[in-house]
Design a protein around this ligand. Sequence first.
Ligand code: ZN
Ligand code: ZN
Length: 171
Amino acid sequence: MKVAVNDIPPEGMTLSFSDAVAGPQDLGPQVEAVVRAPWAELRLERVGELVTAEGEYAAELVLTCSRCLGPLPLSLRGELEWAFRPLGQEDRDEVQLAGDDADLSFYEDGEVDLAQALRDELGLALPMAPLCSQDCPGLCPVCGKLVKPGESCCRRDDTDPRWAKLARLKK
Ligand SMILES: [Zn+2]
Ligand SMILES: [Zn+2]
C-alpha cells in the first residue's frame, strides 16, 4: 500500500488497507503463519513534505514458542503514530511538528509505503522470545523431546551406574 504524497489533500485523508501479501518472513523470524493479514486504518496529513499518519492496526498471527517450538496464536491490536520525511532530508525542525512520539520513517520517489511501515510496526510489537505459556517446560535438554508441564523427562542429575562404579574405584 503506497500513497503518493501529492495525492494527500490539504485537509488530509482517511484510509484503511490490509497487507494481504505479507508472509511470516516479512514480519519476523518468530512468526510461523499469518492468520489475518495486517490491517490499518489511518488518518494521513501533510505539512509541506512531512507526512503524518495516525490510527490503529490489527493482525492475527501464529508465533513459534521459543522453548518448545509449538504454535502460539497471537492477536495484535494497537495505535499507530508515524511521520514520514523525504529520504535525504536531514533537518529535524519539521519533525518537531509531528510530535516526539511519532516513529520517523523516510519515503522515496514521492510515495509513502504504508504497508512497509506497518510491517516494521508489527515486527517491533512482537515478543522477541515468545512463550506458549509462562511455564512452558520446553524441550528436554538430553533427548530433545517435548517435556509435558509438571513432568521431567530424562533427569540430568540421574547418576549413570557406570559413573557410580568409577566413583567407587576412585575412593
Ligand atoms: Zn512452549
Ligand atoms: Zn528426555
